[in-house]
Design a protein around this ligand. Sequence first.
Ligand code: C2E
Ligand code: MG
Ligand code: MG
Ligand code: MG
Length: 285
Amino acid sequence: VRTAKRTDRLEVYRPGVLSAARRRFLIESRLRNALSTGGLHLMFQPLVDLASNEITGFEALARWHDDELGPVSPNDFIPVAEESGLIVQLGRWALNESMRQLSRWDKAQGSIVPLRMNVNLSPIQMVRDDVISAISDALRMNGVDGRRLTIEMTESALVGDPDACRTLLNALKGFNVSIAMDDFGTGYSNMASLQSLPLDALKIDRSFVSDMLVDSDKHAIIRAILSLAQALKLKTTAEGIESHAVAEALRDMGCTVGQGFYYARPMTADDAFAYWLSRWEFEAI
Ligand code: C2E
Ligand code: MG
Ligand code: MG
Ligand code: MG
């Protein structure tokens, strides 16, 4: 226990609490700096069609290596960005950068295969930013068709104002952008909201997928999500596939797309493109 004298009062801090608060403060100020100096980058993780084994696109995932803090996980800096409002700038950057990457890949491969991109959208962005113009600007400035973009949002987007969320998503459909519910199964969405939102896909949360073959409850939950998706005519993506056996089981159960370390970890843009190219050439033989 450490004590700190504050004017006339003596306050007692537990060291763990103090360092967590200090770390949060540090993350916020360093992140603000990184956003204005280009200190963040994106990594890309393949999305694989489970039936054909082809790569259909990539999920863009933010990465940050700070000089002082070292590598900081998005699980640590995204919540800070959300609390501080920096998520607006971060979200716009992620959209622009990922669409710019798509157009770079188009040039590199002659646009023979229109790769797709999934980009995460924080529910805070929906409230604090003009998401419609952020997305349409990113598409227009990089010459990317909205059909190639999927926005991933979590169920928590529905907690605040479900009507506003629905209106926003409907407006996004005007740009032909697809919408996937991320980390599905861990949040609060109910059947009514699922049915009333213009969703295209459910992304089954990793916590069910990774040990679905040893945990019969998780297996049952995945089965239920897949049949729900089928009934609502939604595509399904399973995240966190770490073995061949899980990939096969999901394919046999009718899941459409897979993502996970079994296929590839998130990679730099160059590695992602080389990986895609090598698989594509292999398929073409
Ligand atoms: P998410 O959107 O659910 O992304 C999937 C996460 O699962 C990624 O973690 C990915 O690296 C990890 N993953 C994928 N396959 C496997 C696997 O087989 N095994 C394991 N153990 N993990 C796997 P990451 O990159 O650390 O991102 C964590 C979360 O941070 C993301 O979860 C997303 O919610 C958020 N995030 C990342 N980038 C952005 C961004 O640009 N904007 C927003 N708003 N959120 C972001
Ligand atoms: Mg995601
Ligand atoms: Mg996810
Ligand atoms: Mg997740």
